[in-house]
Design a protein around this ligand. Sequence first.
Ligand SMILES: NC(=O)c1ccc[n+]([C@@H]2O[C@H](COP(=O)([O-])OP(=O)(O)OC[C@H]3O[C@@H](n4cnc5c(N)ncnc54)[C@H](OP(=O)(O)O)[C@@H]3O)[C@@H](O)[C@H]2O)c1
Length: 301
Amino acid sequence: MPEPLKVLIIGGSGFVSGTLARTARDAGHSVWTVTRGEKPLTEGVTSLIADRKDPAAFAAAIESAGVEWDLAVDCIGYQAADAMQDVEVLSPRVGHLVFISTDFVFDPLKRAFPQPFDNPYFLSGEGYGPGKRACEEVLLASDADMRWTVLRPCHIYGPSSQLGCLPEHGRDAKLIERMRAGEPLRLIGGGHFLQQPIFVRDLANLALSAHGCDLADRAIYCSVGPDIIESVRYYEIIAEILGVELRVEEVSVAQTRIEHPEWQSFLCHRIYDLTPLRLAGLKVPNMPIAEGLREHVESLL
Ligand SMILES: NC(=O)c1ccc[n+]([C@@H]2O[C@H](COP(=O)([O-])OP(=O)(O)OC[C@H]3O[C@@H](n4cnc5c(N)ncnc54)[C@H](OP(=O)(O)O)[C@@H]3O)[C@@H](O)[C@H]2O)c1
């Protein structure tokens, strides 16, 4: 049994953050969450209500808790201002911050295979990936007296989310219905891009393992699952679980690049090496994709 920690989660009732809250609680840690109170709150945790986009309200909620936390996990930082808020408000009260970033920080046209965490080619400009990279840069430039670790997950799957790892069937609430009806799934490039989906509880346990890990201080990790698969394999596994035949209609990659520039980060192989996590002594994701998808599908049936 690990030493019980005081864990603060920014977020705490969403897909990733809610799973993290439950995983930490079930591991015997004391858990605080910060949400706006719009989604149902997680049981067995101390809920702080504040909108993080309201700096004064957020600072007051953290201050009023009167706690020194061992670990904080920011699950909902998207812009530089969010990471600055972590540094300013959390660093006096938190020993170690884990920031959930994304593998969409990388420029999809300048990837290596596998992609190392220190590949220096990032997306720039506006939007999701560049915003996450701006958060990472705030932490890299910070001299606050708080340890920090950045995790860059790829596709995250598991209960309390929808199925689907690739457009046009990413997070498709009707995926099971479509597959049972024999509808062909329209997958970019026929689903041949490689991915390494991470099971949501693996990500939660990885985040929790950062506490007390000296080598993970001021470090950034590509945070992915153990299996490298073609995206289409993800859908094949679901078909096998449902006992239906998978039918796929190939969508042109070139056409998608023109019609959907917002999907550019999906149009590449997204594979990584887990060795840096292992060498740091972090909890390495180990849920086999077929087992994790079975749990995910069953949670939706
Ligand atoms: N899904 C993927 O495949 C994937 C891949 C890579 C990285 N990620 C990262 O994983 C994280 C996803 O977290 P999640 O699944 O927990 O998100 P989520 O399901 O959207 O939930 C968001 C959580 O934050 C709270 N919240 C939202 N806005 C807030 C605000 N302004 N102030 C305070 N609380 C707020 C929500 O509760 P209320 O609504 O009640 O406030 C909820 O608890 C993101 O950082 C994302 O970039 C996801």
